[in-house]
Design a protein around this ligand. Structure first.
Ligand code: ADP
Ligand code: MG
Length: 228
């Protein structure tokens, strides 16, 4: 599903060249439920953003679902992302002026030529799957953090992406809500065989995944598969 070969990412900070990802290679297969772990600042988000086509490596190649993404231009990348990839962020990143319904509908409007009826059906399916059907007309500031993350999960999955990236998705949630959100993501993973790639050190997530890749200072130091 994802092949990264000799990835390198550096930032030029004045005189200093900060090498954040160092010659990293990684293969992730379809249907994996995997977490990238490592200390804060080790490069987890940087790696996730590159694998998720949000950011480009300084050098190296990435292929996603059989396509070389490192050679794509911005428009091609945006279309590719829209079709294949969903994102869930620590801070939910909902659009405040859009209702819950409209937030979930948004990716469908942006990238897929669906009839309004078709869109509506799809949004309501997802609302129901994340247990938010009765909150469709509320706005993000009228619902709790856990509910916001449910909406974000619905938004990430509404296009039926092959891969979902989730960067610290439970970092702003209390423990009980975290468990509910994790259960929900696991259910989505099982029912749709969606590949989930987390970046987190939340033990609640790490104990659920079937593979743990550790990165320290931009390099993979451990790659462990856990049979469930
Ligand atoms: P993690 O997600 O593991 O906490 P990050 O990928 O966010 O780590 O960051 C890794 C390193 O890269 C950090 O030292 C961070 O300061 C640096 N970094 C990230 N983004 C940028 C940027 N846009 N410009 C300069 N340095 C950056
Ligand atoms: Mg991070």
């Amino acid at each position: 599903m994802i092949k990264a070969n000799n990835l390198q990412k550096s930032y030029q900070m004045g005189e200093i060249n900060l090498e954040v990802i160092k010659n990293l290679s990684l293969v992730i297969n379809e249907g994996e439920f995997i977490s990238i772990v490592g200390p804060s600042g080790s490069g987890k988000s940087t790696l996730l953003n590159m694998l998720g086509c949000l950011d480009k490596p300084t050098s190296g190649e990435i292929s996603v679902d059989g396509q070389d993404i490192t050679s794509m231009n911005k428009t091609q990348l945006a279309n590719f992302r829209g079709e294949k990839i969903g994102f869930i962020f620590q801070s939910f990143n909902l659009i405040p002026v859009l209702s819950v319904y409209e937030n979930i509908e948004y990716p469908l409007i942006m990238i897929q030529n669906l009839e309004e009826n078709e869109r509506k059906k799809r949004v309501f399916e997802l609302l129901s799957e994340v247990g938010m059907s009765d909150q469709a007309n509320k706005f993000p500031n009228q619902i709790s953090g856990g509910q916001r993350q449910r909406v974000a999960i619905a938004r990430a999955l509404v296009t039926s992406p092959k891969i979902v990236f989730a960067d610290e998705p439970t970092a702003n949630l209390d423990s009980k809500t975290s468990y509910q959100v994790i259960d929900l993501m696991r259910k989505m993973h099982k029912e749709h065989n969606t590949t989930f790639i987390f970046a987190t050190h939340d033990e609640k997530i790490v104990s659920m995944v079937n593979r743990i890749v550790t990165i320290v200072d931009g390099e993979i130091t451990d790659d462990k598969r856990i049979s469930k």
